[in-house]
Design a protein around this ligand. Structure first.
Ligand SMILES: Cc1cc2nc3c(=O)[nH]c(=O)nc-3n(C[C@H](O)[C@H](O)[C@H](O)COP(=O)(O)O)c2cc1C
Length: 321
């Protein structure tokens, strides 16, 4: 068993947090991760209160284990925040200056607050704002990248400067990655890309196929996918094939969803239900993409990562986590 300050804090048994991943996450995926002993999450961004309530109820009906709700600051809706904080164990924030007022709202509702950060300055601000734990995101990550450092140099600084539990995120797709981050003194890991091909994920099948056939080197950093994105300008970790396909695309719209066209280079991630040139959409992927080798139930992914990490840590001089 990999008991850490994070597992004790959130009452789970595996030190893995499912990353916020927008509409890729389904209540089924979040519940499967929580039921497997890690911390499942859903992202609420740009949705209506009724929709958030229905998704929260669905998730709560699928698991009695702790779960989190991820909120992106540019999309923050106070009603959804209050609602979520009364039902979730953790409210997880990303993409904004750490805010003591938001942390206070979360704590008053009885939940824990976490903040994904991209620099040591932001990490210290999150601790000062009252967060219960933070996630240090390295540039190896898929999706929107907050900072400029690789995970290990960032973690080394952050772990020296804050005293709350720290998770590492970005490029972690194997038990080796989990073990390395735990051995550095972090209390857990946050993983996104590895779960895109989970059986319960809402990712479009063409995106899943592209993720499965990609190698680590196929994850590139670009700032091209920023059309109509309130989080941009930003750098993103995406599949090289998506950038190439969007560059080569001759037209204004690459795809559509329920009759709504998707502009070329829009930062929308392809979920089930999109039609068109899916491979030219924002197929986010971290350097962990090389570890995705097929569609697997989320529980199997969690078990595989935890077992390998535990085995590796037992075989090293720093077996105590
Ligand atoms: C498809 C995708 C969508 C993402 N969307 C979000 C999001 O909505 N909220 C968030 O906090 N982070 C988001 N991220 C970033 C993750 O929180 C995390 O930093 C990243 O997945 C870690 O790197 P990894 O993908 O190599 O595991 C996203 C990442 C991916 C791959």
């Amino acid at each position: 068993m990999l008991e850490t300050a994070f597992t004790r804090l959130v009452s789970c048994t595996v030190p893995i947090q499912l990353a916020g991943m927008g509409s890729i996450l389904s209540p089924e995926l979040a519940a499967a991760v929580s039921n497997a002993g890690a911390l499942g999450q859903l992202t609420f961004a740009g949705i209506e209160v009724d929709d958030a309530k229905a998704r929260l109820d669905r998730l709560a009906s699928l698991t009695s284990k702790p779960f989190g709700i991820n909120q992106l600051i540019p999309y923050l809706n106070r009603d959804i925040l209050e609602l979520s904080a009364h039902k979730a164990k953790v409210i997880d924030f990303f993409w904004g200056d750490p805010d003591p007022e938001l942390v206070r709202i979360v704590h008053e509702a009885g939940a824990l607050a976490s903040w994904q950060v991209g620099s040591v300055v932001e990490a210290m601000a999150a601790e000062k704002a009252g967060c219960d734990f933070i996630i240090a995101q390295g540039v190896e990550a898929g999706g929107h990248i907050r900072g400029t450092l690789g995970l290990m140099p960032l973690l080394a600084q952050v772990l020296d400067k804050v005293s709350i539990p720290v998770l590492g995120a970005g490029g972690i797709g194997s038990g080796r990655g989990v073990a390395a981050v735990l051995a550095s003194g972090a209390a857990g890991v946050r993983i996104g890309t590895r779960f895109i091909a989970a059986a319960e994920s809402n990712a479009h099948p063409d995106y899943v196929r592209a993720i499965i056939s990609a190698q680590a080197e196929d994850s590139i950093r670009t700032n091209r996918f920023e059309v109509e994105c309130p989080l941009c300008p930003s750098t993103h970790g995406v599949l090289r094939s998506a950038l190439d396909a969007a560059e080569a695309y001759d037209g204004s719209f690459v795809a559509e969803f329920e009759g709504e066209p998707v502009a070329r280079f829009r930062g929308t991630v392809p979920t089930k239900g999109f039609t068109g040139n899916i491979g030219a959409m924002a197929c986010y992927a971290g350097q962990s993409v090389g570890e995705v080798r097929g569609v697997q139930p989320a529980a199997e992914i969690v078990a595989e990562l935890a077992e390998q990490a535990e085995r590796l840590l037992k075989g090293t001089a720093t077996a105590t986590v």
